[in-house]
Design a protein around this ligand. Sequence first.
Ligand code: BTN
Length: 255
Amino acid sequence: MIVIRWPAEAIWQAVEPLLAGFTVEVLPEIDSSNSELMRRARVGRTEPVLLVAERQTAGRGRLGRGWQSAAGDSLTFSLGLPLAAADWAGLSLAVGVSCAESLHPRIRLKWPNDLWLDDRKLAGILIETASSGAGPARYAVIGIGLNVAPRPAEGLSTPPAALRELDPGADAGSALLRIAEPLVRTLQAFEHYGFAPFQGRFQARDALRDRPVALSDGTTGTAHGVTDAGSLLVHTAAGMQAISSSEVSVRPATP
Ligand code: BTN
């Protein structure tokens, strides 16, 4: 059995002053930390919580994909909290900016919500929301999966990146401690000001900027950064297009 030491108390002490009623919960096994918080929200449990899953049996990624992770070698958690954002556009980008800045200067961001290291996926973000009852707020579930130790390619064309390539001493607990409090501050800033204040910080780490890209809808072009609403600008044969749909995936293409 793998015993992981989680800095739950230190995270709680850093976050609770920002988020009244905040708790940290560590589960040895669950299907998916996002699914669990969404289930709770549907029965009215919309309190702020950081739910760490040591092992996920049915981890979920974007676009209906799965998310593979191994206990001890990955960090998988979801942060659930009520958010009253006037405009939700760009939230996953802001979350990516926050996580990348917390972890390492070399980490780059691949629109809309991947952390990359040397063009390989280091982490993914899955954001879901549920009704939080009366009032303008929705319950936001921010799920993050981060590869800490290298893992096999498992059918992917390139093996995923791992945090230990940047910091050989990294572990899931210390990574979570670095991510958690800045992430809550990011969400609170996003709630008030939207994506615009994060635009420049995203551009500074944009992995696709000025590169040829192919979209899953067949469009090809050159990526030119993001708008202040978080849309990806792609210069195509039909002119500049702002891609906002989270249903579209994008990858670098050979020119
Ligand atoms: C993606 O890259 O497609 C998003 C991956 C998100 C994975 C995390 S792991 C913690 C949380 N629980 C899940 O089931 N998914 C997210």
